[in-house]
Design a protein around this ligand. Structure first.
Ligand code: SIN
Length: 284
């Protein structure tokens, strides 16, 4: 069959594009190359009405890179590469309901995340995304100059801005996820990273900050905290955002090197998603 170019439709002025004309279960190399280019150009890409098995999702993930395993969360019994995110009616804790970029507490954080919707609320449960290129570009030259060599300190648990509780304590409000929490053992879950990160493929600079960020190397908390608070607020200005409404069969793939995201906790129905993270490089 003749390959037809995919259709890429941006969904906001900030970032994000919906891709049409693609069946993710049977991608040839030409279509994958176009998808990968759209991923780099738009930072987060979305697909609708996909019908794929866990094996097919895994095969697609492996085209982007190796699998990054979550140090704190167990994958599915039969597919350890896939973290099944579940929230049932009555559960109060929503996985991912803080602005963040995945696995920032790792010395080599996840390059990308792939989220596939299995069951979704009739309304609510959207995911929001923010362009960290736009956030960086939106800073004044003076702010860029002042912060250009700053390194952040990031942790995987007991975040200051989320009350300092452990994952096990926070997940008490979500029994479906509490059963998946694991002890990371001797895996490294703290990392220092440049506040301004160069994207290894596009060469563009982005602001690299998220809920895992606890401080700035070499600065006292009373010096760094107000700047971090400001940068958190600045990084989610409406003009840097897009928002995706899920349906069963929707897929999102985002670039953690230049995107923050936020799972909106505004629903009380079953939501079930299959999430795979792709291994990344040491940020510079
Ligand atoms: C995540 O933060 O990886 C989950 C996002 C979501 O469930 O919408």
């Amino acid at each position: 069959m003749l390959h037809r170019p995919i259709q890429v439709k941006p969904i906001s002025g900030g970032l994000g594009a919906e891709i049409e004309g693609v069946d993710l279960s049977t991608l040839d190399d030409t279509a994958f190359a176009e998808i990968n280019q759209a991923f780099l150009d738009h930072q987060v890409i979305f697909f609708r009405d996909q019908d794929i098995t866990p094996e097919q999702q895994l095969n697609l993930a492996l085209r982007f890179g190796d699998i990054h395993y979550h140090p704190y969360m167990l994958g599915m019994d039969d597919h350890p590469e896939i973290l099944e995110i579940i929230k049932e009616p009555g559960e109060t804790y929503t996985f991912g309901a803080a602005w963040h970029t995945d696995q920032m507490f790792n010395p080599s954080p996840a390059k990308a995340t792939m989220l596939y919707a299995k069951e979704t609320p009739a309304v609510g449960g959207d995911t929001m995304f923010s362009s960290m290129y736009k956030a960086y570009e939106g800073l004044s030259d003076a702010m860029k100059a002042m912060l250009k060599d700053v390194k952040t300190f990031n942790v995987g648990d007991r975040f200051k801005n989320m009350g300092g509780g452990s994952r096990a304590e926070r997940y008490a409000g979500n029994k479906s996820m509490a059963g998946k929490v694991r002890d990371p053992g001797n895996q490294i879950t703290e990392a220092h990273h440049p506040l301004f990160r160069t994207h290894p493929e596009t060469g563009r600079t982005g602001l690299y900050i998220g809920s895992h960020t606890q401080g700035f190397e070499g600065m006292r908390a009373e010096e760094a905290d107000p700047i971090i608070d400001y940068l958190r607020r600045h990084s989610i200005r409406p003009e840097y955002l897009c928002r995706f409404r899920w349906e069963p069969g929707s897929m999102a793939i985002w670039d953690n090197r230049c995107v923050q995201h936020y799972a909106v906790p505004d629903y009380n129905e079953r939501r079930r998603m299959h999430r795979i993270t792709i291994a990344g490089d040491v940020p510079y």
